[in-house]
Ligand binder design. Structure first.
Ligand code: COA
Length: 194
């Protein structure tokens, strides 16, 4: 899905752009994937696992997502640099098409500038435009207070915990928390059939 381009002002006064990824973004995307993997434990990959990200794989990903009707991957650029990526996607199956999954990560130098808020707002707008989507879902890793604060501000609430879902290289085990944001008006729940 291609999203309309949005320009906005960061908390430090610079201008940022959110738009769908383009072929010219491939080098920036590869740099972003590598850097973000090394900056925080809250991204689910280590830098040594980034070898699978090649220009060809990114081109195929951009083409697939931009051409998809049930997935979008807005990127954020500041002064021409790709600094953040988020995505929203949902199944087309009748029993699960009411659930959209979202994810987001921004380079550390660009945290706390309002980019996360703006990108999450865009993901919510995309989901709200789909009449079938009733809830948005995400997970965050134990200790990620910044992400939790952002998600709660945007209307997500914790619904569950997956104990020891993440294992770091030093053996540390971390819980993962599931969050859901409800959209639209709740529909009637079907009678339970046994
Ligand atoms: C989590 C993340 C997406 C947030 O994006 P961001 O651009 O920094 O978010 P914003 O600047 O829009 O908002 C951050 C909010 O958290 C608040 N915040 C910052 N640090 C905080 C902390 N330690 N505890 C609680 N709240 C905090 C800020 O005050 C701000 O709230 P406000 O707008 O009401 O003032 C970003 O930090 C990131 O990419 N982190 C690394 C990857 C990651 O953790 N991704 C999420 C995986 S689930």
């Amino acid at each position: 899905m291609i999203i309309p381009e949005i320009e906005f002002t960061l908390k430090d006064g610079r201008t940022a752009v959110i738009r769908s990824p383009r072929e010219e973004d491939i080098p920036g995307m590869l740099e972003y994937l590598y850097l973000s993997a090394g900056e925080t434990e809250f991204v689910l990959r280590y830098q040594e696992e980034c070898g699978k990200y090649t220009p060809e794989a990114e081109k195929a990903l951009f083409d697939r997502v931009n051409g998809s009707e049930n997935e979008a991957m807005p990127v954020c650029l500041v002064e021409g640099r790709l600094v953040g990526v988020c995505n929203v996607g949902w199944s087309t199956g009748l029993k699960t098409r009411h659930r959209a999954s979202v994810a987001i990560a921004i380079l550390r130098d660009y945290w706390n500038l309002g980019i996360g808020t703006r990108m999450m707002g865009e993901l919510i707008r995309i989901a709200e435009e789909n009449e079938h989507i009733l809830q948005m879902e995400l997970d965050f890793v134990e200790g990620n207070a910044r992400a939790r604060a952002l998600y709660e501000k945007m209307g997500f609430r914790i619904t569950g915990v997956k104990p020891d879902a993440i294992r770091l290289k030093d053996g540390t085990l971390l819980n993962e928390y599931a969050m859901i944001k409800k959209l639209h008006s709740p529909r009637p729940t079907a009678e339970t059939n046994t």
